[in-house]
Design a binder for this molecule. Structure first.
Ligand code: MN3
Length: 252
C-alpha cells in the first residue's frame, strides 16, 4: 500500500514536471548543451574513467539528475548512475586488484574468472560514461562531417535511425545498441551488444550508446522497451556524437 501511494505520488510529480519542462521547451529558452562535458572530451581525447593512479573512477553526471525529465525520470537516473554505473566502477577496481593479487602470488587458478568479470565491469563503465554525455533535453540532429559519414555508410540519417532503433529494441536480454567508428575500415558501424562486452568488432570506438538494460527504463516505461528507445531518439545529443567522431578520426 505504501508502495502504491508513493508510486501514485511519483506519477503526479512526473506529470507536473512534464508540464514545467513543456513550458520551458516551448518558451524558446536555449538550454545548455552539456558544454562542460563536451570540453573534457575534446581536451583529453578520451573520457576520463581512471584517476592518476589507474584506479577506475566515475565522472560526475554532465547535468542534474532531473535534467532529462520527463524523457528519463529523475529517480531512474539517480539509481542508474549511482548503483548500476557506480557498482560497475567498484567491481572493476575489485577485479583489477584480484588480478594483481594473482600476479603477486603467481597463482592463476581464478584468473579467468576475474578477467571475465573485469571485461564486464570495465565495458559497463566505459559505455555508461559515454551514455550520459550522449543525452540532452532537446532535439538535435547530425550535420556537417558526421552527417556526411552517416549518409556514406548508411544511406541516410533516417536509415541509420531505423537500423539503430531496431537492433536496440531487439537485444536478447540485457545490452546496448551502439553506433561506433571502426578505424580499420574508416566506417561507422552499428553493433547489437549483449551485456556490456559481447558482440563487438575489435577496434570499434563507441560514439553513441543506447542502454536497454531493464534498469534503464523499467520504473517509468515498465515492459515497453521500444517506447523507451523511441523516446531516447528525441534527446540524443548529436553534437556530442560529432565531437566523439572527431576524436575517433584523430585516434585513427
Ligand atoms: Mn545501465
Amino acid at each position: 500500500q505504501t508502495y502504491f501511494f508513493i508510486h501514485q505520488k511519483l506519477k503526479i510529480m512526473n506529470r507536473k514536471q512534464f508540464l514545467q519542462n513543456g513550458l520551458i521547451l516551448s518558451s524558446a529558452v536555449i538550454l545548455p548543451m552539456s558544454s562542460a562535458f563536451s570540453q573534457s572530451v575534446l581536451e583529453g581525447g578520451l573520457d576520463k574513467i581512471t584517476d592518476e593512479n589507474g584506479n577506475f573512477v566515475q565522472s560526475p553526471l554532465p547535468y542534474s539528475e532531473s535534467f532529462l525529465e520527463p524523457y528519463m525520470d529523475e529517480e531512474t537516473l539517480h539509481l542508474h548512475y549511482t548503483y548500476h554505473h557506480g557498482g560497475a566502477v567498484n567491481g572493476a577496481n575489485k577485479d583489477m586488484a584480484k588480478i594483481r593479487e594473482a600476479l603477486d602470488k603467481n597463482d592463476f587458478d581464478l584468473s579467468d574468472y576475474w578477467t571475465q568479470k573485469m571485461a564486464h565491469h570495465v565495458s559497463s563503465h566505459v559505455l555508461h560514461t559515454i551514455f550520459w554525455t550522449n543525452l540532452t533535453n532537446q532535439k538535435t540532429a547530425p550535420n556537417g562531417d558526421l552527417l556526411k559519414q552517416i549518409e556514406k555508410d548508411f544511406g541516410s540519417f533516417d536509415k541509420l535511425q531505423g537500423l539503430l532503433a531496431k537492433i536496440s529494441k531487439s537485444v536478447t536480454g540485457s545490452g546496448w545498441g551502439i553506433l561506433g567508428y571502426q578505424p580499420y575500415s574508416d566506417q561507422l558501424v552499428v553493433l547489437q551488444c549483449e551485456n556490456h562486452e559481447k558482440l563487438t568488432h575489435w577496434g570499434v570506438i563507441p560514439l553513441l550508446v543506447i542502454d536497454v538494460w531493464e534498469h534503464a527504463y523499467y520504473l517509468k516505461y515498465k515492459n515497453k522497451r521500444a517506447d523507451f528507445v523511441d523516446t531516447l531518439f528525441n534527446i540524443i545529443n548529436w553534437d556530442n556524437v560529432a565531437e566523439r567522431m572527431n576524436v575517433a578520426l584523430k585516434i585513427r
